[in-house]
Design a protein around this ligand. Structure first.
Ligand code: THU
Length: 156
């Protein structure tokens, strides 16, 4: 039997159109690009994660000379949040932004490994985590749920 999967997402022409909480979270993701350690790729990624109690935990990509040992901004943020706030471990939204070597803001969308990690936390908490991605030219894409970013992810 053939089946079809449809995903929905919302795009805004600019961050100005976002609800205030999402706009502020994206601004924090943009600010977090300044904390990246990316001497190899020269590409900085910032992530800002809002817990359901309102706490915001930021992360950025942390690279290493032994390339696979580095970590993406999204996992840096969610692992830090899980370790620092284990009593909450409940996430409302994640915003992600990229910054090129020349300082220009650019698109950032969670990689496959980050989607798998985000999906596990979302699955455990039992309600969706919004994902807000900065796109080229200041546009913004919002997914209502991590599940929309990773259909058929691994479950154990
Ligand atoms: N990177 C992230 O931080 N998040 C992603 O979702 C994809 C890629 C980082 C990893 C590496 O430090 C740099 O971007 C270039 O790939």
């Amino acid at each position: 039997m053939d089946k079809t999967l449809t995903i929905s997402y919302h795009e805004y022409d600019s961050a100005a159109g976002l609800p205030v909480a999402d706009r502020e979270l994206l601004e924090q993701a943009v600010a977090a690009t300044a904390t990246a350690y990316s001497p190899y790729s020269h590409f900085s990624v910032g992530a800002a994660l809002r817990l359901t109690d309102g706490t915001v935990v930021c992360g950025s990509n942390q690279e290493n000379a032994a390339y696979p040992s580095g970590l993406c901004a999204e996992r840096t943020a969610i692992f830090a949040a899980s370790a620092q706030h284990p009593d909450v471990r409940d996430y409302a939204a994640l915003a992600v932004a990229g910054r090129a070597a020349d300082g220009t803001l650019c698109e950032a969308s969670p990689c496959g490994a980050c989607r798998q990690v985000l999906a596990e936390y979302e699955g455990r908490q039992g309600h969706p985590m919004r994902v807000i991605c900065l796109l080229q030219g200041g546009r913004v894409r919002v997914f209502a749920s991590v599940a929309d970013l990773l259909p058929f992810g691994f479950v154990f």
